[in-house]
Design a protein around this ligand. Structure first.
Ligand SMILES: *Cc1c(COP(=O)(O)O)cnc(C)c1O
Length: 417
């Protein structure tokens, strides 16, 4: 059993939908990210269906995986997008996304990025500080525009996740405190070129419990009530992203339970509900396919040296994150305890520690749950070209990003003349 509905063994070979990963590795080479269209579609539909009749907008967090094919599929399904840079804005537009379904988050939007987003007429700027609010007001004035804004409120709740991806505590750099947000909304008339259309929060990523979401939602609702009683007309309530996925033995709420809980906690709210899921949309719809180059046995340890590395999938090195590692060809031979490591010159370059595997050199491995924050966080460290990406759809495979070439890597560099 693999535990992933779209990635299953057939006759001891791991498949993505109806295509064997062995075949994909041979045709497209490794390392290679493999996504399942069915898995992505079913995650989106689970979000959508759980909202039922509730007025809502699902804004996929582009930073989780920004490949144009993924953005395009989501756009076709009706998804909106949560972006954090001008680059992501251009990707969404290129992929056919509707600007009126884009929200723009992030603590450090620069003037060029704001200008681009104002020209594109996006749905809303999620503003994270008073200084940013003033800059946006000034720019909108110069451009003869009115910028739709939502303040990102920091509700000061503990997301109980990895400290690097916890964002809703008062010591984090994100958002403004509830009291300051209230003062700013109260003075909204001081910003003639802004329209305060929403209220926003995002408390962190890979949350495996509902309670922090519920605490945040309650604080947001209290604030919303106070703002409305002061006569402010807020059109939407954005509760952010952050729903966790199962990497190993986590038991996060299902997408539908999560959405149902958000809806239930906001029954008396007339505003449109927005959410910004990233990981839960694409995380378990992708894997990283890699080839075992060498096995190395020392008196202490067994190493499986594979052709994917921390530059391809940074999460283990960055967060000590766990990804399941499956043999593409499941064998019945004796297993050994392996350190699965890449070729990069860092001890932090590992994909998994202490994995019981039965492998030989040349065998392919699948690093599971790598659809989110995999390719999008990849780098060229050690002058390693970035991996290819393919999307499986039933029995067909589409190359959605070619493997990078060394020429591409050096193309914009120059030596002194
Ligand atoms: C990263 C991010 C998200 C998505 O988080 P996930 O954990 O991937 O769902 C949503 N909103 C904002 C503002 C973010 O920074």
């Amino acid at each position: 059993m693999s535990g992933f509905p779209e990635f299953k063994y057939r006759n001891n070979i791991l498949y993505a939908e109806s295509v064997s990963l062995q075949q994909i590795a041979q045709e497209f080479g490794t390392p290679c990210y493999v996504y399942s269209r069915a898995a992505l579609t079913s995650a989106y539909n689970e979000f959508k269906n759980a909202f039922a009749q509730r007025e809502h907008l699902i804004c996929y967090a582009v930073k989780a995986n920004s490949n144009l094919a993924i953005l395009n599929l989501l756009a076709q399904l009706g998804s909106g997008f949560d972006i954090v840079s001008g680059g992501e804005l251009q990707r969404v537009i290129k992929a056919g996304g509707n600007p009126q379904k884009i929200v723009f988050s992030g603590v450090g939007k620069n003037i060029d990025e704001m200008r681009m987003a104002l020209s594109a007429d996006i749905l809303c700027f999620n503003v994270e500080s008073l200084a940013e609010l003033q800059a946006l007001n000034q720019l909108a004035g110069k451009m003869n525009k009115t910028a739709p804004v939502s303040l990102r409120v920091n509700p000061d709740v503990d997301a109980k996740t990895h400290p690097y991806i916890s964002t809703g505590l008062k010591e984090n750099k994100f958002g403004v405190p509830v009291s300051e947000a209230e003062r700013i909304y109260h003075c909204s008339h001081e910003y003639p070129h802004l329209e305060f259309t929403g209220l926003d929060c995002h408390i962190g990523s890979q949350l495996t419990e509902l309670s922090p979401f519920m605490q945040a939602s309650e604080k947001m609702l209290n604030l919303l009530d106070r703002l409305q009683s002061q006569g402010l007309e807020i059109e939407h309530l954005d509760l952010g992203g952050g729903l966790g996925i199962r990497y190993t033995n986590e038991t996060p709420p299902s997408i539908s339970d999560y959405v149902s809980a958000l809806c239930a906690s906001t029954t008396h709210v007339k505003q449109r509900l927005l959410i910004e899921p990233g990981r839960s949309m694409i995380g378990n719809a992708g894997l990283l396919l890699t080839r075992t180059e060498y096995l190395k046995h020392t008196p202490d340890r067994n190493f499986a040296i594979v052709d994917a590395a921390m530059n391809d999938l940074m999460r283990p090195a960055l967060y000590d994150a766990y990804h399941d590692i499956l043999s593409v060809h499941q064998k019945t031979d004796k297993t050994l305890d392996y350190q699965v490591v890449g070729p990069v010159c860092e001890t932090g370059d590992f994909l998994g520690h202490n994995r019981m595997l039965s492998i030989a050199s040349g065998d392919y491995l699948a690093v599971m749950s790598a659809g989110a924050y995999g390719m999008s966080m990849s780098s060229n460290y050690n002058t390693r070209p970035r991996a290819a990406e393919v999307m499986v759809d039933g029995d067909s495979v589409h190359l959605i990003r070619q493997r990078e070439t060394i020429d591409q890597l050096t193309a914009s560099e120059a030596i002194l003349t």
